[in-house]
Design a protein around this ligand. Structure first.
Ligand SMILES: [Fe+2]
Ligand SMILES: [Fe+2]
Length: 308
């Protein structure tokens, strides 16, 4: 792979970000996709609720950023590739939600509520309240939102590496189709890990203060969304009827069994974001993602559909 240097001075592999048009057969897959471990299953199921609203917001913010990238064609091409990949992720998780509805879980209402909460606060109106009065303010508000996307993408990359290296989910008998969906999504997160960061730094003029602020704002929100989604699923699970479950303890239990990333690892990685020389390039290895695409049933089928 050839390399290039960003306007921020960081080296990057020169790769083309392209979406893979995957599809999955959810027939027979239940929300308890890890046998005997409904609590951990729902800690992961929360991703199907929060990813579509988050990724839809990413696409809207990136579309708004495109006119600001005219002077950097490589960045603009990456932004378009990113939008297409995230749109496909959102759609794929949305299909799982639809399937869970047919399994008797009421999930769409919560997903829609979260979607409208995020949509009103991540649009062109500053914090959903008023229109930016001038171009300076418009750009500042845009770069703030891009920084929030970049901060969240730090975690999706981290989750990507964790997932691609994880052996415990498979050993626990987790459903293969669900694992393929999660690993395909995670591999694309690893693949496009630099894009949001590079665009946010470009549009903000390398504003590190905005970068730190974005992470401080998004960590509690992310935790809250994950918790709300997981508890919502657990409350509807007949196998957990009457049980009072702490999300924190549920997550720690899953992490101990190697089925979820541990909070300590998440905290350590958050600290790295606050380093002045933070570089998403070194947070993961693109080859690891490419290796997964080569064995992913969904990615391989998508490739054959194109070839055929
Ligand atoms: Fe994604
Ligand atoms: Fe992403």
């Amino acid at each position: 792979m050839s390399a290039y240097i960003t306007t921020n001075g960081q080296p990057r592999e020169d790769i083309k970000i392209v979406p893979r048009k995957v599809s999955f057969d959810w027939n027979g897959v239940t929300p308890n996709f890890i046998p005997g471990d409904p609590v951990t299953s729902h800690c992961i199921n929360t991703l199907h609720i929060i990813f579509p609203m988050g990724e839809n917001a990413f696409c809207r913010i990136f579309n708004e950023a495109l006119p600001y990238l005219d002077d950097d064609p490589k960045l603009k091409a990456d932004a378009i590739g990113f939008i297409r990949q995230e749109a496909m992720h959102s759609r794929s998780h949305q299909i799982v939600l639809g399937h869970y509805e047919t399994c008797g879980y009421d999930v769409q209402l919560l997903a829609d509520k979260l979607d409208s909460f995020v949509a009103t606060r991540s649009g062109e109106k500053v914090f959903g309240l008023f229109n930016a009065p001038n171009e300076w303010m418009r750009r500042k508000w845009l770069s703030h939102r891009l920084m929030v996307v970049a901060a969240i993408e730090h975690f999706t990359c981290l989750m990507g590496v964790w997932m691609l290296e994880n052996k415990s989910l498979k050993a626990a008998g987790a459903n293969e189709t669900m694992l393929d969906l999660l690993c395909w999504h995670c591999a694309e997160e690893v693949e496009h890990r630099n894009v949001a960061y590079d665009i946010a730094m470009y549009v903000s003029g390398n504003n590190h203060f905005q970068r730190y602020l974005a992470m401080i704002m998004c960590v509690p929100l992310l935790y809250k969304f994950m918790k709300v989604g997981a508890l919502h699923m657990m409350a509807q699970d007949p196998t957990l009827k009457g049980q009072k479950i702490s999300f924190w303890k549920a997550w720690q239990g899953g992490a101990k069994r190697g089925l979820l990333p541990g909070f300590n690892m998440l905290m350590r990685s958050t600290k790295r974001w606050f380093r002045r020389d933070y570089n998403p390039e070194v947070e993961a290895d693109t080859q690891q993602a490419l290796d997964y695409f080569a064995i992913s049933p969904a990615a391989q089928a998508a490739e054959q559909r194109i070839a055929g």
